[in-house]
Design a protein around this ligand. Structure first.
Ligand code: ADP
Length: 394
């Protein structure tokens, strides 16, 4: 079964074409800076070895970006398909739709349900809706599937998902903790299952531009740091993460507008907000090393928040066999991994600094006698989506 997985960012389009069930990634492609005159397009056909990179392209919108990719995919020299009919399905790492929390064929009803939650996921739902509509227009007969980021978390007990708010709000508006990053956490969970077998207690830390911590038992999500929106949990690159809801009416009473407050929470918060330097941890680490106190504070606040969730999830799971770091920060920041793990000795984490400093790709960074095995696992959300679609639609 040939499955194309499409990962849509606010300014990017990433694709992987998988041959299932082997999960061979035949083609990998990404377009960055969609909407600009200096877009970057990289394409690689892993089977034939063909690769191409073009910079300064004009990709004014998603439609032109998608058409360019399909042209490469079907081209005699670069292509992997002779005809688009060979493609069995297109899968999307969709975020959120009202009332649809699992894996769904992207019918008009499902797309309307995504539109209904644009206000909850303003940075994520609009680009997905646009890209899906373009794909449906170009390929009207193909199976289009949305693997909603919330799907993996439907196994969390209601007592951990319900907010202590009027129950009618849950019934009428569906307000409860939904959880995101399902594709990443489920990929990590599948990988640990391959290593550990059926029974394991795992805490998965996806730390990238957005971050979330997930408690997993025997492959099932049991709790997660994300709540109803992607605004919650640990600090993100630009978004605040958890905050007291009463900060909003207080700031309104001080004369700030709702728009200003939302900007602060949504775009000027997170690592950027605390550090005042950048939303990218690389810049913040550099500034902290040079003695910048707010940069150091941002790193400490981030690590403290992760440790707080790990501690709580350890108790909820009744222990921890595996701790995994994934995502751009999880895979690359030795400093963050060390700061977090050095606080977890009381939970049975014996951290190996030497291994941590040379970790590349999938790597164990705990000592051989550590009761908890700590690993770095590179994120591979796309393969998780292809596996899910193959399991449900083949
Ligand atoms: P997204 O969540 O947007 O998909 P990624 O998972 O790729 O993004 O994570 C991006 C983040 O990873 C960057 O903003 C940066 O903070 C962090 N990052 C990437 N490389 C490094 C590195 N070498 N050291 C520290 N942080 C890094």
């Amino acid at each position: 079964m040939l499955i194309l997985v499409c990962n849509v960012g606010s300014t990017s389009l990433k694709y992987k074409l998988f041959d299932m069930p082997s999960a061979e990634a035949i083609v990998e492609c990404r377009t960055e800076r969609v909407g600009r005159e200096d877009a970057i397009f990289t394409y690689k056909n892993n089977r034939s070895g063909f690769s191409d990179k073009a910079e300064c392209l004009s990709i004014p919108d998603y439609a032109s970006g998608i058409r360019l990719f399909l042209k490469y995919l079907l081209d005699e020299k670069s292509g992997a398909l002779e005809s688009i009919d060979q493609l069995d399905a297109v899968g999307f790492k969709t975020v959120l739709a009202k009332g649809f929390y699992g894996v769904h064929e992207l019918t008009d009803d499902v797309i309307s349900a995504m539109e209904a939650y644009v206000s909850v996921a303003p940075a994520h739902n609009p680009p997905y809706i646009q890209a899906i509509k373009v794909f449906k227009e170009i390929l009207p007969d193909r199976l289009m599937v949305g693997c909603f980021e919330t799907a993996f978390h439907t196994t969390i007990p209601l007592s951990r998902r319900i907010y202590a708010l009027p129950y009618e709000w849950y019934e009428k508006y569906g307000i409860c903790r939904l959880g995101y990053h399902g594709a990443s956490h489920s990929y990590v969970s599948r990988r640990i299952k391959e290593i550990a077998g059926e029974h394991f207690r795992l805490i998965s830390c996806h730390m990238g531009g957005s971050g979330s911590i997930c408690a997993i038992e025997d492959g099932r999500s049991m709790d997660t740091s994300f709540g109803f929106s992607l605004q919650t949990g640990i600090p993100h690159a630009n978004r605040s993460g958890d905050m007291d809801a009463y900060i909003i009416p207080f700031l309104l009473s001080q004369g700030m507008s709702m728009e200003q407050i939302m900007q602060g929470i949504d775009k000027k918060g997170g690592l950027l907000g605390i550090s005042g330097i950048s939303n990218d941890l690389r810049d913040i680490q550099e500034a902290a090393e040079a003695g910048n106190e707010r940069a150091a504070l941002a790193i400490d606040a981030f690590c403290d928040s992760v440790v707080r969730y790990i501690g709580g999830f350890y108790v909820e799971l009744g222990g921890m066999d595996y701790l995994v770091f994934t995502g751009g920060i999880g895979e690359n920041s030795k400093l963050v991994r060390e700061k977090i793990c050095s606080r977890l000795e009381c939970l049975g984490v014996r951290f190996d600094s030497a291994k941590n400093s040379i970790a590349k790709g999938e790597y164990i960074i705990s000592s051989a006698d550590s009761p908890v095995t700590v690993l770095v696992i590179p994120a591979n959300e796309e393969v998780g989506i292809a596996q899910t679609i193959y399991e449900q639609f083949s």
